[in-house]
Ligand binder design. Structure first.
Ligand SMILES: Nc1ncnc2c1ncn2[C@@H]1O[C@H](COP(=O)(O)OP(=O)(O)O)[C@@H](O)[C@H]1O
Ligand SMILES: [Mg+2]
Length: 378
């Protein structure tokens, strides 16, 4: 296995610039998920690592080698695609050992690695079948087995689960993770599905328009999104956003919404009076509140979505549509007015122009007390 290092990698097709200077260091054994909307350049980046696309400029290093000019077959990596591309006329065993056969590996060695891999993947009973006699999940496993027997330096996955139904996708997610724990193989996994990114990644690389927006563990990205794009892309149901203006005195900060409602917030560097901001609140950080609760704001109920375990309440507040996540099963009438309160320490403030998050100050405990009493005084 090997680390992968990408330094200022760019890709253009003529005048079309697809990747704008990608820097990324992937540790040996790490499971990295590249996530972003369709067209943001994920596959292009993966294919550049694989050697299936030229690099317009920059360097890609696998282990100690700069691989820019190496042919795909000389890079010693394995790629698993959405379409499994198994040979239909070959059995599972032949499909999996094909690469070793091509390398003229000794028969006993092939049998040995095939036995190991088919054991890991639970394919022992299927070795003599042809692909058409397999389910989608089984084919996917054969495709992975074929990659594993080669003992590559890294695995590259391009949306390998997109063709599977929801339940199987969930199952394969777990299988791939378990497999990774077992093989500890450096892996780069491309998906547009943020749930796959959250559940599978050691670190997520969030991409948009050919630029890396943020790199971090799933929880870092979820709790501290760098900007509005990451905040809106990661998380389901998605984060709520409200536009407002900052009003600020020497001791307090607050946000005024278009309808005149005011929400006190903790002060933070970069927040100034008159600034146009976007408040971000995840659905689990908005709660139904009694009308007399300090800071509670009136909202209109638009829709109630029961999800069994939880309920999603859609409301309108100050012209913004918001979703509220609750483990209760409320029975509000549609169009009735309820009161909602933000878990204000967990909300995010983004500058509306730069779209960057303004991180809150981490304060000493005594200062926290002072600030809180100040904010309550308004
Ligand atoms: N051969 C090509 N010529 C011109 N543009 C291309 C070519 N291949 C891909 N692109 C463009 O590059 C962008 C990124 O594509 P891709 O990496 O496939 O995105 P993703 O995998 O994130 O959906 C897209 O806008 C796509 O249209
Ligand atoms: Mg793609």
């Amino acid at each position: 296995m090997a680390s992968i290092e990408i330094a200022n990698a760019r890709k253009s097709y003529g005048a079309v610039h697809v990747l704008h200077g990608i820097d990324l260091a992937i540790a040996d054994g790490e499971f990295i998920v590249l996530v972003g909307p369709s067209g943001c350049g994920k596959s292009t980046l993966l294919r550049m690592i694989a050697g299936l696309e030229d690099i317009t400029s920059g360097d890609i290093r696998i282990g100690d080698d700069i691989v820019n000019d190496l042919q795909p077959r000389d890079r010693d990596i394995a790629m698993v695609f959405q379409s499994y591309a198994l040979y239909p006329h070959m059995t599972v065993a032949q499909n999996m050992s094909y690469a070793l056969t091509l390398r003229k590996t000794a028969k006993e060695r092939i049998a040995e690695s095939l036995a190991g891999v088919s054991e890991i993947l639970g394919l022992n009973a299927l070795l003599d079948r042809r692909p058409k006699a397999l389910s989608g999940g089984q084919r996917q496993r054969v495709a992975m087995g074929r990659a594993i027997v080669r003992k590559p330096r890294a695995f590259l996955f391009d949306e390998p689960l997109s063709n599977l139904d929801a339940r199987l996708r969930e199952q394969m997610r777990t299988e791939i993770r378990k497999l990774h724990r077992r093989l500890n193989a450096t892996s780069v996994y491309v998906t547009h599905d943020q749930i796959e990114a959250m559940t599978m990644a050691d670190r997520i690389v969030a991409m948009h328009d050919g630029i890396i927006q943020q790199v971090g563990t799933p929880i870092e990205i979820y709790d501290h999104p760098a900007n509005i794009f990451v905040a809106s892309f990661i998380g389901s149901p998605a984060m709520n956003f409200l536009h407002g203006t900052c009003i600020k005195t020497d001791t307090t900060s607050a946000i005024r919404f278009a309808d005149g409602h005011i929400l006190p917030v903790a002060p933070r560097p970069g927040l100034y009076a008159g600034q146009e901001i976007t408040l971000g609140a995840r659905p689990e950080h908005v709660a139904i509140a009694a009308p007399e609760t300090p800071g509670a704001l009136p909202a209109r109920v638009d829709l109630i979505e029961p999800m069994g375990l939880s309920t999603l309440i859609h409301v309108t507040l100050a012209g913004h549509e918001l979703k509220i996540f609750t483990m209760d099963r409320p029975a509000f009438a549609i169009d009735s007015t309820i009161h909602i309160a933000f878990d204000i320490d967990k909300t995010h403030i983004f500058d509306r122009n730069s779209e960057l998050r303004l991180p809150p100050v981490i304060k000493a405990p005594e200062e926290t007390t002072k600030e809180t009493s100040g904010a309550n005084g308004t």
